[in-house]
Design a protein around this ligand. Structure first.
Ligand SMILES: O=P(O)(O)OC[C@H]1O[C@](O)(CO)[C@@H](O)[C@@H]1O
Length: 500
């Protein structure tokens, strides 16, 4: 094997690591990852007990499932005893690169000693190995049931937002039904209009806070908490701009005040907020290409699609490329299957369980179905594309994207984009190389080579769930430290950081 010059283990500052007992990395490796791993055992156990007696391959599948359970049990043991990393043994295409990085840079290293980023990525890759070694479970996603459950519990918010995008509006002044949805009315003045700008700021924030509902942080997903987070978004998505006095979702004054107060409260929690710069960039685009590096499936993916739909309808993008993960990753990350599955669940004619969402009003059912169909048309006509690449599930930070040999095809392709939108915490950690930057470090410094003029403009929508954050003004850290000791990791605070 050639020795790679690419060293994933030397970020510009000291790496976050499980060796630091006060860190979130330590808490994650010590307590949270073992729980995540144990749930896989439960899932596989349930899955093979569900196998039908009529299945001629039942015995083989059962045998393999037991092997997976044993492998996952072994993995939990290695993790909890801080055993040295071992090479991967499956034949998935990225194996050589992983093993090269392991032997060149992590020889003798282990879960708590290595960087947190490496250990955590390696864990998910080892989970994949347990399945990749089998014939019948090779493509099985042990997190799918969790993704499904949380998406189903998002019905209220999903339906409310679909209405906003698809339902014809009832005018409260003329009492007539207009042909367009409230979003379409809002953006009808064109890309330069006030309405289009208002919709941008609102939907960008909905897209941001969608990242607060992910499953790897909520290792015991509290559905009530998820619903509460979504309620905030619904309130904001229900709010009708003052200049438009028509809305399918009529709100009384009290609710509107509440919605504005919620938005204001949460705007305060966006510790670096580059939305103005992002808007200047988006506003300059006409029929451009925008790439979204996805994070979680379920409600977060849904609001990502809402934002992408807005970018298309408003005329800023004629192509949106979504980047998904090729293997199950950080519990709830979107895989290409999840993308298609999500669109299918909106339309009762294609939903896998009948019906996945069951709103009581026929107008709501129609809005969901129309939205699902509209989004599928985007996919069928190539306006929306979904791509996977093994770089996103490698051990490499994104600083390596422009130069890592195995990522060159991805880099050349994405370099043609006008804007990259990175969703979520892990993507943020990889952008800034998951190390101990002072919080006042400029974002453009922390992303290193990605700030170069050869790289498209980029933005990150991230709720903070790891102890690294950059781009803050001098007094911000002190202020939030007083507000909440766990501000860096609770998911209650966020950053929207832009690099031109
Ligand atoms: O889904 P997100 O936003 O990338 O969050 C995943 C994050 O959750 C955590 O698993 C929390 O430990 C982090 O390791 C990771 O960065």
């Amino acid at each position: 094997m050639l020795t790679t010059p690419f060293d994933p283990s030397h970020p510009p500052k000291t790496a976050l690591s499980g060796s630091d007992r006060d860190s979130f990395g330590y808490a994650t490796i010590q307590s949270r990852l073992p729980v995540i791993v144990s749930k896989i055992v439960d899932d596989v156990y349930r899955a093979y007990h569900r196998l039908s007696d009529a299945d001629p391959l039942k015995a083989q599948k059962e045998k393999e499932a037991k092997g997976i359970i044993e492998a996952i049990g072994g993995l939990r043991y290695e993790l909890q005893r801080d055993k040295p990393f071992r090479p991967l043994t499956d034949n998935y295409p990225d194996v050589q690169e992983w093993n090269q990085a392991l032997s060149d840079h992590y020889a003798g290293s282990s879960w708590f000693k290595a960087s947190w980023l490496f250990s955590e990525c390696y864990l998910y890759r080892r989970i994949k190995e347990a399945f990749a070694m089998t014939e019948h479970w090779r493509d099985y996603d042990p997190f799918f049931e969790q993704k499904r459950t949380v998406f189903k519990s998002s019905q209220k918010a999903v339906v409310a937002i679909a209405g906003r995008l698809m339902s014809p509006v009832r005018s409260e002044t003329t009492h007539t039904v207009e042909a367009s949805s409230s979003l379409d009315i809002l953006i009808s003045g064109g890309p330069e209009s006030k309405g289009t700008e208002e919709a941008f700021f609102e939907l960008a924030q909905v897209c941001l806070w969608g990242n607060a509902t992910d499953l790897s942080l909520l290792d015991n997903p509290d559905l009530a908490k998820v619903e509460e987070l979504q309620r905030r978004m619904m309130m904001s998505s229900n709010s009708t701009p003052a200049s438009h006095n028509s809305s399918a979702l009529s709100l009384d004054e009290g609710a509107l005040d509440g919605a504005q107060a919620e938005l204001a409260k949460h705007a305060d929690k966006i510790l670096q907020n580059d939305l103005d710069q992002l808007w200047a960039k988006v506003k300059s685009l006409r029929n451009g290409r925008i790439d979204i590096i996805l994070d979680n499936a379920g409600f977060e993916l849904y609001v990502d699609l809402v934002f992408a739909d807005y970018l298309v309808r408003a005329g800023f993008a004629k192509e949106v490329v979504f980047h998904a993960k090729n293997i199950p990753w950080f519990v709830s990350d979107v895989m290409p299957f999840d993308f298609q599955w999500t669109l299918d669940q909106l339309d009762p004619d294609t939903a896998t369980s009948e019906p996945f969402f069951d709103p009581s009003e026929s107008t709501e059912q129609l809005a969901l179905k129309d939205l699902g169909r509209k989004w599928k048309e985007y996919v069928e006509s190539g306006v929306w594309k979904v791509k996977g690449h093994n770089f996103w599930t490698s051990c490499y930070a994104f600083h390596h994207l422009p130069t890592l040999p195995s990522a060159q095809d991805l880099f050349r392709d994405t370099a043609q984009s006008d804007l990259w939108i990175f969703k979520g915490d892990l993507n943020y950690r990889k952008l800034v190389y998951d190390c101990k930057w002072p919080t006042t470090t400029p974002f453009t410094e922390a992303i290193g080579p990605l700030a170069s003029s050869e790289v498209p403009s980029l933005v990150t929508f991230r709720t903070c769930k790891a102890d690294v954050v950059v781009g803050l003004k001098a007094d911000v850290e002190e202020r939030v430290e007083k507000e909440a000791k766990d501000w860096m990791v609770s998911g209650e605070y966020a950053v929207i950081s832009f690099s031109p």
